[in-house]
Design a binder for this molecule. Structure first.
Ligand SMILES: *Cc1c(COP(=O)(O)O)cnc(C)c1O
Length: 383
């Protein structure tokens, strides 16, 4: 039953019908007056979502393109940077730095554990010559479901003076990322996550200190030159043909988000995380990663050998048309991940939880009373 497909992966996420209908319209010219009005409206709403007065630039690229743009526009060849690495995405930003000849020192934590802010403090305090130009952090590490303590790490970065660059791809629109209040210099995200629209757009919020660094940054860039994007956005435009229909869908999804309100959006994601985690515990499964740094958008589960992750995922897909994510890299086959990001309601969580209970029963993992997981989720929802 293809039309019943339910995506519970951390991107792409489900798309509301109103946004799908915007995608189905005939495109309009990207330099037309009508589209300029759409861009002006979208730009304002993006600033609202990002809690910033500064530019939020829009790229026709996935989240990685947005993050690459955020890294290469403000740094120069040979610059020393610190990259937090406790999962697949942290690893990726180190690789982007390597590709451009940036001297990236990895600050690591075990996958499934948060980065230790003290490690950053020590490196930054020792750097009395101010050689470290930037600190690059993945806020919500999607590969493990762990949230890094961005607020504390950022405080150490501020005391030093380096730029802070953040992958907020699965935190923006799900968890509080107050860009201006925390003075975050560069924050990247992508449309197929908290934005509730398909993949195709990337976003980079850029603060004044980063624009200062832009003036002397010497890495090669053309399509991803954010200076060009900044000039264009001042005229409610983009340097190149943007994904016009995606921007129209974005306008719809941002309207929906504003109607719901930021606090309510964050509360909904937190509630879904809490319900999912309570349910997983009640089924006798292990959560991958501790409660006190659990992402509000993604829950990683380490099932026992008797109920392998890939078999659970296969039953979920075949019998229930629910798609869960597997583990990435070293976690392949060891965990499964439940996305509860974006256009997700309480009903979706109950459905997924009860289907997981069924899958576990079929695999012979019956050390829990059927319904115990669903009951635990209901208790969170009725609290
Ligand atoms: C999805 C995701 C990205 C972006 O990946 P793309 O496939 O390029 O969109 C980056 N960082 C995190 C943490 C993500 O979850």
């Amino acid at each position: 039953m293809d039309d019943k497909l339910m995506l519970m992966i951390p991107g792409p996420t489900p798309v509301p019908e109103k946004a799908l209908l915007a995608l189905a319209k005939s495109p309009i010219g990207h330099r037309s007056g009508d589209f300029t009005k759409v861009m002006a409206d979208v730009t304002d709403r993006l600033k609202w979502l990002h809690q910033t007065k500064n530019e939020v630039l829009l790229l026709s690229a996935s989240g990685t393109g947005a993050m690459e743009a955020g890294i290469i526009n403000f740094l120069s060849k040979g610059d020393r940077v610190l990259v937090g690495e406790n999962g697949k995405f942290g690893e990726r930003w180190g690789e982007v730095c390597d590709a451009y000849g940036i001297n990236a020192e990895r600050i690591k934590a075990e996958w499934g554990k948060p980065l230790d802010p003290e490690d950053f403090r020590a490196k930054l305090e020792a750097d009395t010559n101010k050689e470290i130009k930037a600190v690059i952090i993945t806020h919500s590490e999607t590969s493990t479901g762990v949230v890094n303590d961005l607020e504390t790490i950022n405080r150490h970065v501020k005391a030093h003076g380096a730029l802070i660059m953040v992958d907020a791809v699965t935190s923006l629109g799900a968890m509080n990322v107050p860009i201006d209040a925390w003075e975050l210099d560069v924050v990247a995200s992508g449309s197929q996550k908290g934005y509730m629209i398909p993949p195709g757009l990337g976003f980079v919020a850029v603060g004044p200190k980063a624009w200062e660094a832009y003036k002397t940054a010497d890495l090669p860039k053309y399509y991803l030159d954010l200076g060009a994007a900044k000039k264009a956005i001042a005229k409610n435009s983009t340097p190149f043909t943007t994904a016009v229909n995606m921007v129209m869908a974005l306008q719809v999804s941002l309207q929906m988000m504003q109607e719901e309100g930021l606090e309510q959006i964050f509360a909904r994601h937190a509630r879904h995380r809490n319900a999912t985690r309570a349910a997983i515990k009640a089924m006798g499964l292990s959560l991958f990663g501790p409660d006190d740094c659990a992402s509000a958008s993604i829950t990683a589960v380490a099932p026992p050998e008797s109920a392998p992750a890939e078999e659970i995922r296969a039953i979920m897909k075949k019998q229930y048309d629910i798609i869960l994510a597997g583990g990435q890299s070293q976690l392949a086959g060891k965990i499964f991940r439940i996305g509860h990001l974006g256009f997700v309601c309480d009903r979706d969580i109950l459905t997924a939880v009860s289907a997981i209970e069924s899958a576990l029963q079929q695999l012979g993992h019956n050390s829990f009373t059927p319904g115990a997981g669903t009951k635990a989720a209901i208790e969170v929802f009725s609290a």
